[in-house]
Ligand binder design. Structure first.
Ligand SMILES: *[C@@H]1O[C@H](CO)[C@@H](O)[C@H](O)[C@H]1NC(C)=O
Ligand SMILES: *[C@@H]1O[C@H](CO)[C@@H](O)[C@H](O)[C@H]1NC(C)=O
Ligand SMILES: *[C@@H]1O[C@H](CO)[C@@H](O)[C@H](O)[C@H]1NC(C)=O
Ligand SMILES: *[C@@H]1O[C@H](CO)[C@@H](O)[C@H](O)[C@H]1NC(C)=O
Ligand SMILES: *[C@@H]1O[C@H](CO)[C@@H](O)[C@H](O)[C@H]1NC(C)=O
Ligand SMILES: *[C@@H]1O[C@H](CO)[C@@H](O)[C@H](O)[C@H]1NC(C)=O
Length: 301
């Protein structure tokens, strides 16, 4: 893979599509999406300087969109312009009302952990440098969430990091097993996110959130793929080399005949079917999948 640290693009974007599909029009006036490729629907193809695009086949094979990575800070800057425009069009009060009822879907952290992996030879989440990295990324995350709150966001649907140590890329880089340290970092990041959300909600009024445990949801699928109707939970559907994780999913790559049987689409991202399962769990699942309420409750109340 080229550009590994920008390549966490894509496919829970379908998560967004699915959430939008499940929510009744009355429930949320809008869904605003921030973060990495897990929730991207291709809007950033319009940003010339963006490096992490996936606007080439076989991406989008089932879905006419594609993907990117732009830093959250820049996304929030763009959103701030959108807020200005909304205020201009609707008036301050109606704009604030609309924003406060909208769902802010946010996925972040995975790319930071991949970057940390590139930076560091040891990834044990208990090491002081790992603790320090987690402290920095979670305090930065808190600052970004606060910025969104200050712009009028009130309902936050936060998606945690999946067990990225089990993605085809990590298997190919290692011995074929899941990378336990990367999984440990993903869990530690979830814990840190839980703490920062408690901290943030204690400082502001009327903020509601649902923290999705993508780690738990994905682990259950990986532990028992057959239960979800999957036949392959290690190799990506599209790519080449070991675990189909050693080259990009482009027009020359190998493409599996039945992607519905695969958990992973490429070296890092889930297939549409896997994303749909995750979306359902976040939206309507119990406390182990989303806490303190599920996404449906978040937008419903
Ligand atoms: C939004 O506002 C910015 C400046 O505030 C302006 O440049 C832009 O054209 C506006 N966009 C729309 C869609 O009105
Ligand atoms: C990785 O190293 C770069 C360059 O030193 C640094 O800017 C970045 O913050 C590091 N990232 C992580 C997640 O440790
Ligand atoms: C995360 O928190 C749970 C309990 O809330 C704990 O059991 C687990 O060990 C923690 N994991 C990490 C990696 O910090
Ligand atoms: C809570 O947030 C504030 C910033 O708003 C920060 O200074 C403080 O360290 C945070 N506390 C914890 C426990 O993370
Ligand atoms: C895929 O890998 C095989 C060898 O395993 C090689 O012959 C083939 O050229 C590769 N295809 C692409 C598109 O990289
Ligand atoms: C998810 O939220 C819905 C809507 O509030 C609720 O009816 C349902 O019980 C929740 N699901 C679980 C499994 O807790």
């Amino acid at each position: 893979m080229t550009n590994r640290n920008t390549s966490y693009f894509c496919f829970l974007s379908l998560l967004l599509a699915n959430l939008a599909f499940h929510s009744t029009p009355a429930a949320v006036p809008a869904i605003f999406v921030f973060g990495d490729s897990i929730v991207d629907v291709g809007t950033n193809n319009f940003i010339p300087e963006c490096r992490g695009k996936a606007n080439f086949p076989y991406y989008g094979i089932d879905y006419p969109g594609s993907t990117k990575v732009v830093r959250m800070k820049e996304q929030i800057q763009q959103f701030s312009t959108v807020c200005g425009n909304l205020t201009e069009i609707l008036g301050a009060e109606a704009a604030a009302d609309m924003l406060s009822k909208s769902l802010f879907l946010i996925s972040a952290g995975g790319n930071d952990l991949f970057e940390y992996q590139l930076n560091m030879s040891k990834k044990d989440p208990n090491l002081p440098e790992a603790q320090e990295m987690l402290r920095i990324i979670s305090s930065t995350y808190q600052i970004h969430l606060r910025s969104l709150y200050d712009l009028g966001a009130r309902r936050f649907g936060i998606v945690g990091v999946a067990p990225i140590g089990c993605c085809p890329l990590e298997r190919a880089l290692g011995t074929g097993e899941c990378n336990k340290e990367m999984n440990g970092l993903a869990q530690a990041f979830f814990n840190a996110t839980e703490i920062l959300l408690l901290n943030l909600t204690s400082q502001v009024q009327d903020m509601k959130y649902s923290l999705g445990n993508l780690y738990e949801i994905t682990s259950e699928v990986l532990d028992n793929p057959q239960a979800g109707g999957f036949k392959e939970a290690q190799t990506g559907c599209c790519g080449n080399g070991s675990y189909n994780a050693e080259s990009a999913c482009n027009i020359g790559a190998k493409l599996c005949p039945n992607r519905r049987e695969y958990v992973f689409w490429d070296a890092i991202h889930p297939t549409e079917r896997a994303a749909k399962l995750a979306a359902r769990a976040l939206f309507g699942g119990g406390a182990k999948y989303a806490t303190p309420v599920n996404f449906s409750r978040l937008i419903g109340d």
